[in-house]
Every structure is written in C-alpha cells, then in structure tokens.
Ligand binder design. Structure first.
Ligand code: ZN
Length: 293
C-alpha cells in the first residue's frame, strides 16, 4: 500500500490561492496590527474584549464622553507612536510590489501599511494621526495636538495600560481633571480623522474602494472578524460578483460562509509563510524575477 500523500499545509493552500490570482484586493483589520503592539477590539468569537468604543453621538453631545475620549487618547498616544510595521505589513507590501496585489483597503487607522511600503492603500476608517475640527473643518496633526494637551495638562502623567486605536485605561478621577482640547480657531470640538462607531465611511472613499474591488479577481481578508458592516460589505460585494474569497484570521468571522479558503492562524506568520517567495520576516526587499508559486 502506498503511503498517503501529506496534507497541504495552510501555507501551501494560501500560497496556491495567491498564485491563482492576478488582481487581488485585500481587506485588512486589527489582526494585522496586533503584532505591532496595537491591541484588538474583539476576541476569537468576535465579541468585545472590553468596553465598546465611543459612539459619535455621545462624543459630540456629552462633555464627559468627549473629555474621557481625549484623556485616554492622550495617555495612549506615546505607545501608539512606537508601533512599527510587522511581517504582515511587509509581506503585503512585497506582494503589491510583485504586481498581483492591486489594492489594500484597511480598517486600521495606524498607517502601518503605508509605512511598510504599500502604495495602493485606502484607509477605510481614516487615520489617527490627523485631527479635524467638527466646527470649521480645520485639519491639524495629532502629534501637534499632543503637545497642546501636554501644555494644558501639566500635572498629568502618561502612564496607562494601552487599548485599541491609541486608547488607554486611565483612572476615572484623573479623567475628570483633564483639560480636553478645542479648536484654536473656532473653539469647536476636535476629533481624530477616523470613522467613529455610529458614523458612516465617507461616500467617496467607499466608492473608490468599491471601484477597486470591481477591478479585482479575488478578495483576501486578513485579520478582520468582519463584525463591522463597513468591512463585511466588501465580502458581500465580492460574493455577489462571484469572486473567490480567502480569509486569514484567528477565530471566526462574519464572512466565513462566503470563503472558499479559511485559514485560522497568526496573521504575520501566515501571510509571511504564504508570500515567502518574495517576502520574509527579516527581509522585505523584493527579489525580482522570482515567480509567485
Ligand atoms: Zn474649528
């Protein structure tokens, strides 16, 4: 009797899937950035790990919510700025450079894809490093605002446990004393240029992402539970268009039933393993001429 051939590993299956497609659209989520030290919101069942993020309506209407948001954001910022791209970001950047990953749409607001060298990136939920005034629309850098908040809160330390999206756990008594920032031009409320819960993705941004998906021949989801509809709808669109869908995520996702390939594994390790022909954990430089298979 002949021995059974070995079963294909997850890396093999993902590598073959990648090799089959020429215009891949990748949707990435928090699971891509956890290895960079930015924690995830949800556990492997897709449930909240901690108190759900602030809703836009409360942020706009309630002083205490606004103050608490900025106090925690202030405390979390120093840690957030130390995050650097990991092997997942580098693998995706190398894949794009090799020519068959045509678009990254990310739910992350950390800009780590861009820092890893990805060029075709749509920040679906915005970017945390820019602040906008809800009154006059003025834009400023988050780094500059951090300095303003430091000046306004001289007695404040920045020691706190870190939470997702630059948030941090802070003693409630400290929060009450925090001087929250206001627009220096009009006195309006300031908000990072990210899509809060209760807000919609700006229409033109969504349309750009949708157009990119329409030109793609496959969808890869990496590191998202797809619990937020703004991400999940790309899976639905891809499914309706008959595109092959692969999902790499630790734990279940809302899109599992639509995926022809589902890999439950560590995201950087998994992507790196499957894209290892032109990217590795220690070296993200492209080796020209090396085929994808
Ligand atoms: Zn303003």
């Amino acid at each position: 009797m002949l021995p059974m051939p070995p079963l294909a590993t997850a890396d093999d299956r993902l590598r073959r899937w990648i090799a089959r497609h020429r215009r891949v659209f990748a949707l990435t989520g928090a699971g891509c950035s956890t290895a960079s030290g930015i924690p995830d919101y949800r556990d492997e069942q897709g449930e909240w790990k901690r108190r759900p993020p602030v809703m836009i309506q409360a942020f706009r209407a309630q002083d205490a919510v606004y103050r608490r948001y900025w106090a925690r954001a202030y405390a979390g910022w120093p840690h957030f700025t130390t995050a650097a791209p990991n092997a997942a970001h580098r693998a995706l950047a190398a894949w794009e450079a090799a020519g068959t990953l045509v678009q990254v749409v990310t739910q992350n607001v950390d800009r780590l894809h861009q820092r890893a060298g990805s060029r075709a990136v749509i920040d679906l939920h915005g970017r945390l490093d820019v602040v906008i005034c809800l009154g006059c629309g003025d834009e400023t850098s988050r780094a500059a605002l951090q300095e303003t908040m430091t000046a306004d809160n001289p007695a404040w330390g920045t020691r706190a446990a870190t939470a997702p999206d630059g948030d941090a756990d802070v003693d409630p008594a400290l929060i009450e004393s925090f001087v929250a920032p206001r627009c220096p031009r009009c006195g309006g409320l300031l908000k990072p240029d990210v899509v809060f819960f209760g807000e919609n993705v700006p229409r033109d941004r969504y349309e750009r992402a949708r157009a990119a998906l329409a030109g793609a021949d496959a969808l890869l989801v990496a590191g998202s539970s797809l619990m937020v509809y703004s991400g999940f709808r790309f899976v639905r669109l891809a499914h309706e268009a008959g595109l092959p869908i692969a999902i790499v995520n630790r734990g279940r996702t809302r899109g599992d039933e639509f995926a022809g390939l589902k890999i439950e594994d560590d995201i950087p390790r998994s992507l790196c393993g499957a894209i290892s022909t032109f990217a590795s954990d220690s070296d993200s430089r492209i080796r020209p001429g090396v085929p994808l298979t």
